[in-house]
Design a protein around this ligand. Structure first.
Ligand code: GRG
Length: 304
């Protein structure tokens, strides 16, 4: 018996990303300090890494989630920009010699290669602080209540701290420092959940909270819970696909990778299972969640 076709249209998801990435870029440009503002080198580094061509997946997910809960999509742009600042901070720090030691990012020399390690560390730190400054000012920027802004700050902070992204990166570093065969699957899933899925989940939940504008109690609602389930499953599938793409680009053995743990075919099957979980979670949301559904479908099928 063949499984039911997956809901959502990947091409429409790609078009939505293409439609909303430029306004997210525009918001980033407005919110980042000018290069001429002192300390100029720090502001140049922040703008260099953030405004480089990124897909803006997390920001646009927040826009689509805001639309899915009845909000005006443009009102989610400051939130979207804040999420992309946090994501850029994580990429800058991930590229450092003490972490992944990457010379290239987003088609240009990585931040520490262009500006030196000290400035790159500070650019990441300052991007994270600026992101929370923007989130704290969501009542003025997006017209939501202080309660909603606080609930969003809470969700994002949880997602990026030691119980989320930074914790996942620590687990990853530890696993990479060990020797032997592929890591056990449960350990890999724990790394994926924290390192990648936590921020994607928080992007969707925060966008949904902004659209609802119902304060922290909105988090207990079925809609926001469904958004969380969707965001986590998309985040996990996204990371599995990233692992498969990585191994295709560089076939050397990578122990902490879905391709090593499940094999390429097994990894793609798991990504498809998670895609189904994600898209089914959105069922109760109805037609307003169309763009989010399409975006989820597109991200889970990406090939670059
Ligand atoms: C340093 C605290 C800290 C965390 C780093 C995000 C991360 C954790 C590391 C980056 C390396 C990596 C492959 C992470 C997995 C998440 C991922 C696929 C990031 C790349 O995201 P894209 O494809 O990048 O959305 P763009 O450049 O398009 O924004």
């Amino acid at each position: 018996m063949s499984a039911a076709p997956l809901p959502g249209r990947a091409a429409a998801g790609a078009a939505y990303l293409e439609r909303w990435a430029p306004p997210v870029d525009g918001e980033l440009d407005r919110l980042l300090p000018a290069e001429s503002e002192e300390p100029s080198v720090l502001h140049r580094a922040m703008r260099y890494s953030t405004l480089a061509p990124g897909k803006r997946v997390r920001g646009v997910m927040a826009v689509a989630a805001c639309e899915a809960t009845g909000g005006e999509p443009r009102s989610a742009l400051p939130l979207a920009a804040a999420l992309e600042m946090i994501h850029t901070y994580s990429l800058i720090h991930d590229d450092l010699p003490a972490m992944d030691d990457d010379d290239w990012r987003r088609g240009q020399p990585s931040c520490h290669r262009a500006f030196g390690e000290g400035t790159a560390i500070l650019a990441g730190d300052a991007l994270q602080s600026l992101a929370f400054e923007v989130l704290a000012s969501l009542p003025e920027r997006s017209g939501v209540s202080a309660q909603t802004a606080l609930a969003i700050v809470h969700q994002v902070a949880l997602a990026v701290g030691s119980r989320g992204m930074a914790g996942g990166q620590a687990e990853d570093l530890q696993a990479m420092g060990e020797t032997g065969g592929p890591v056990p699957a449960e350990r890999l899933w724990s790394i994926h959940r924290r390192k990648t899925a936590a921020l994607l989940r928080a992007s969707v939940v925060a966008g949904g909270l902004l659209g609802v504008d119902g304060g922290p109690q909105a988090l207990d609602g079925a809609v926001v819970r469904a958004l969380g389930e969707f965001g986590e499953a998309v985040g996990r599938a996204f990371q599995i696909i990233d692992d498969v793409l990585d191994v295709e680009a560089d076939p050397r053995e990578q122990r902490v990778s879905a391709a090593a743990v499940l094999g390429k075919e097994g990894a793609l099957r798991e990504a498809e299972r998670l895609t189904r979980v994600a898209l089914e979670a959105l069922e109760p949301l109805g037609p307003k969640a169309g763009p989010l559904r399409d975006l989820g479908r597109f991200l889970c099928e990406r090939t670059v």
